[in-house]
Write a protein that binds this ligand. Structure first.
Ligand SMILES: Cc1cc2nc3c(=O)[nH]c(=O)nc-3n(C[C@H](O)[C@H](O)[C@H](O)COP(=O)(O)OP(=O)(O)OC[C@H]3O[C@@H](n4cnc5c(N)ncnc54)[C@H](O)[C@@H]3O)c2cc1C
Ligand SMILES: *[C@@H]1O[C@H](CO)[C@@H](O)[C@H](O)[C@H]1NC(C)=O
Ligand SMILES: *[C@@H]1O[C@H](CO)[C@@H](O)[C@H](O)[C@H]1NC(C)=O
Ligand SMILES: *[C@@H]1O[C@H](CO)[C@@H](O)[C@H](O)[C@H]1NC(C)=O
Length: 499
């Protein structure tokens, strides 16, 4: 996370601007707010901004690519499949609310057994019978499984406090304050130490880490158990049951949120954010890619950047000494390939595909394999009469890998195939060594907010939604010159008395 510290020069340069902003608080509502990015983060921000600022503010959402961002589908054999973010946890309450409020439907993920492959054989597997699972895990890993489960439950119990705080209008000026309000300094520390350290300290065995934890982190983040403990917990929580997705595709959420926010969707790439001064007021102007008079936008009273800021990437801030942001190399590439074909079950030790009992296979970190996982998948709309295919039948599989699969690799993984479609994602931060790093700022300047810093604490749809709600609340409070109500003791007391 080296690059994250490099936000400091930007912050210092902006401190000078803060005084100018104070002049703006004359009680008038903002007339225009811009959001950069129409992924789940930007779309949710638009909706929450509308709820807080009311019907009169003009909300412009800029999108250079497709609405949905990292929520996307590809078509295979006439059905559509999720190629980006696919699963939502039962406790992801913002996502849950969105689906309900937008009149969408939940599509449950149908359970199938998962195995872990180490390049030579299957080293761990799920079974159909939960109790048997527990006994087997107990036998192989001692109490590691129970310890991990208790740790995750404790973390989730604390994390869901965010919904209560946000419902009561609390906003946080930094990610550290947000995390601290939920889980004290323990949560902040979890963003700064490796997952493996936290787990070993809990008494989880090295074998369990290698054979169960590492494969899950490889699946979700394409990385190893050196990722920060907080990210690790987000990832491991997603390996529990009770997962769902949106019927028709997760990106329907973004389309629905933008519509319900009554936001103007503008198809353009934002290249710069400049300050404009007229009178005492500070406003922002966005530079847009392309030719002609439309290259500059109108003045905005507030701007929310809801896209990852990366060095060499899209957006510059020319009015302050070029802010350093995390480099391209600090984002993990993950390739998602949807393959329609016959899985080569021999690779996993099953000569007869009829006997292959698994729906998905995860892999251990060592030895380095060319794929992170392979699993049979369902379309976003499950057609009537659809059933999970067995391994001796042609089916659609999703393969995660660190690089585009070569023909040779595809032929190793599949006996034969009809089609293979790859999507290359700059998927999530490359967490690297977490030691001592700080998280990116939420406020880049007065009324200028950055949503995707939260991905350095944990990258998931719900994390972006939590950040969106926080920024909408923060923007509203800042605009009206109100305090943030961030102190944790106050927070608990206020909630007790208000309930
Ligand atoms: C392969 C994969 C699998 C994943 N699986 C899961 C999962 O199962 N569950 C889960 O919860 N999370 C998952 N995630 C993580 C999840 O996708 C992200 O955390 C989340 O979608 C981030 O949303 P966002 O809106 O913040 O960012 P994005 O989705 O990246 O949205 C940013 C948007 O901004 C646009 N943009 C960027 N720059 C500009 C510019 N200069 N001007 C205009 N527009 C711009 C982009 O085109 C994009 O649409 C996965 C991610 C990947 C890549
Ligand atoms: C978090 O780290 C700080 C500094 O190292 C330490 O003082 C604090 O006790 C830690 N908190 C917890 C809950 O471990
Ligand atoms: C995890 O990967 C990083 C590099 O990406 C490496 O520095 C680190 O040693 C690895 N950790 C483990 C436990 O393998
Ligand atoms: C399948 O896997 C086996 C075992 O690794 C390998 O020998 C074979 O070449 C692979 N491909 C096919 C098409 O069977």
């Amino acid at each position: 996370m080296r690059g994250v510290r490099a936000f400091e020069p930007l912050l210092a340069a902006l401190a000078a601007l803060a005084t100018a902003a104070a002049a703006q608080e004359d009680g008038a509502p903002p007339s225009r707010i811009a959001v950069v990015g129409a992924g789940i983060g930007g779309s949710a921000t638009a909706r929450f901004l509308r709820q807080h600022f009311g019907p009169d503010v003009q909300l412009d959402v800029y999108e250079k690519g497709e609405v949905g961002g990292r929520l996307a589908t590809v078509t295979v054999n006439r059905n559509r499949y999720e190629s980006g973010a696919s699963i939502i946890h039962a406790l992801n309450l913002h996502m849950h609310d969105f689906v309900k409020q937008l009149g969408l439907k939940q599509r449950r993920s149908v359970a199938g057994k998962t195995a872990v492959f180490d390049g030579a054989s299957v080293v761990a597997e799920e079974t159909d019978w939960y109790l048997l699972d527990l006994l087997r895990l107990w036998w192989r890993y001692g109490s590691s499984f129970i310890r991990l489960q208790m740790w995750l439950e404790e973390i989730m119990e604390k994390f869901i406090r965010i919904y209560k705080y946000q419902a009561h209008g609390f906003a946080f000026g930094s990610l550290e304050e947000l995390l601290e309000s939920l889980g004290g300094s323990g949560f902040v520390n979890m963003t700064r130490r490796p997952l493996s350290d936290s787990l070993l300290e809990l008494g989880v065995s090295q074998r369990f880490i290698d054979e169960v934890v590492a494969p899950v982190i490889r699946l979700n983040y394409g990385q190893n158990v050196s990722v920060p403990a907080f990210v690790g917990a987000v990832s491991l929580a997603s390996a529990q049951s009770n997962l769902w997705a949106v019927e028709g595709g997760n990106k329907l959420l973004c389309e629905g949120l933008l519509k319900s926010a009554n936001a103007n969707l503008l198809r353009a790439r934002v290249t710069s954010v400049r300050t404009l001064r007229s009178g005492g007021a500070l406003r922002y102007e966005l530079g847009l890619a392309g030719e002609g008079p439309e290259r500059r936008t109108a003045a905005y009273d507030a701007v929310v950047v809801a896209a990852p800021l990366r060095a060499g990437a899209d957006i510059s801030f020319p009015d302050w000494a070029s802010p350093a942001v995390p480099g391209e190399g600090e984002w993990q590439s993950t390739v998602v390939t949807l393959v329609h074909g016959y899985l080569n079950t021999s690779l996993f030790g099953f000569r007869d595909p009829r006997l292959f009992p698994y729906a998905g296979v995860l892999t251990t970190a060592a030895p380095a394999l060319f794929f992170n996982s392979v699993a049979g998948v369902y379309p976003v709309e499950v057609p009537p009469g659809f059933r999970r295919k067995r391994a001796h039948e042609a089916a659609v599989y999703k393969v995660f890998s660190p690089a585009v699969l070569t023909g040779e690799q595809l032929k190793t993984l599949f006996r034969s195939y009809y089609s293979a479609q790859a999507t290359e994602w700059r998927a999530y931060p490359r967490y690297g060594s977490a030691a001592g790093a700080t998280l990116p700022p939420v406020e880049l300047g007065p009324h200028l907010y950055y949503l995707n810093g939260i991905e350095w604490a944990g990258s998931a749809m719900e994390m972006s939604a939590v950040a969106a709600k926080n920024i909408a609340l923060l923007a509203y409070r800042r605009w009206n010159g109100r305090s943030l109500r961030v102190n944790r003791e106050d927070l608990l007391r206020a909630i007790k008395t208000e309930l």
